[in-house]
Design a protein around this ligand. Sequence first.
Ligand code: NMX
Ligand code: MLT
Length: 436
Amino acid sequence: MILHEKISGVLPAWRERIKNLVKDHAEVVVDTVTVEEVLYGMRDIKSLLTDISSVDPNEGIRFRGLTINETLKALPKAKGGKLPMVGGLYYLLLVGEIPTKEEALAVEQEWAKRATVPDYVYKMLKSMPKDTHPMILFSQATLALGNESVFAKRYQEGMKKDVYWEAALEDSLNLTAKLPVIAAFIYRMKYFGETSKPKYNAKLDFGANFARMMKVSDKKGYADLARLYFIIHSDHESGNASAHAMHLAGSTLSDAFFAFSASLNALAGPLHGLANQESLAWLLDVKKRFNGVPSREDLYKFAWDTLNGGKVIPGYGHGILRVIDPRFITQLEFAKKNFPDDDLLKLAELTLDVVPAVLKEQGKAKSPAPNVDAISGTLQHYYGVREFDFYTVLFGVGRALGVSANYVWSRALGMPIERPKSLTTKMLEDAVAKQS
Ligand code: NMX
Ligand code: MLT
């Protein structure tokens, strides 16, 4: 299998680099820890290693060194579409090189071979109460797939540490192949009462398959939106909650299914991935209240009412970004190109004009700029996916690509169990007293 071959090729030199860092430079200081950082979500402490992506606070994401625009330009395009194959992105994340068309297609073919979801997963999903949140269903299905984990089985058989990554890669390919099928099944079952199993078509790529299985391709272009969506949501370095949750669970040698379920459980919070559902709900509330796109003044007042009600304005602010999220800009450009006259798009643009000003006036948020979630729902809404409590599942399908690539590399580089040290309040006060 091509990914296995390619990673095997680059791995020895990478292991050597890590070995040398530990052997010769173990005591070099990379960062210091302040009281604020201990008390404030460990925000800026540099303490995680990843080569899959990195985020500069003033620029945004780079996948293996490439900005979003460079990534979209460099990756081979899907047949019949304007955007790249998701398989090419997975190759880039895992291998660190831009794939040829054949290499991207080889990943797509691996997925097609592995896309069958076991019957017991469908049965389990069908047995849940109808009002279950889609993220609960999605996380449960992911966890259930662990029954087939290659890693767990080989570990029990005494697998050697230096080949953990091979089993991790097998599990990651099996997991990522099945996620679009499970997500589409949850969508059709929950909102349309359909319980037939979606069929993956080996002649189509990941994005086109997803569009077909969701059955929302009434407007042309949903396959391209799916490709764009999964690519830009794939990774955001290692410290965000969903990536970190997967890394932490995986560091105990939990298999990729356990670890990804943990990742989804972190993504499901309103301060993280669930903000995409909240953000569209907020825009729709505005539209309903003012019977369409309001005036700037009305929107300004509405935004202040949200803040005065003790709520956050979803889709705005960020843990580390200090500029407009480039993932927001990419989606805005896609929307302006494909449906410039949409009312919700106009409202999202007006919000971009008003909300940062309101947040600045309030003076609390470190960044008043929009993040990825401020507009992703607007795009889904246009193409007919209007059941907004489903949106975080879409985020999860994309996020699986990055966090599973990290999971494979963490096993390949022999990353140990993660275990930071905690302090009591008294210890912290003592540390302060000692230095004052
Ligand atoms: N609306 C209202 N208040 C905000 C917002 C916002 N959009 N963003 C930050 N603040 C507040 C924040 O609640 C905090 O208040 P307090 O001191 O009372 O606790 C203060 O500003 C300082 O927060 P920051 O240091 O700027 O932000 P932090 O790093 O703690 O949190 C987020 C980052 C993303 C959780 C925060 O900006 C937020 O809640 N945004 C809205 C939810 C959202 O869009 N989340 C999705 C993020 C992207 N993703 O996909 O994960
Ligand atoms: C993400 O994509 O994970 C979010 O932007 C949150 C983050 O990076 O902290």
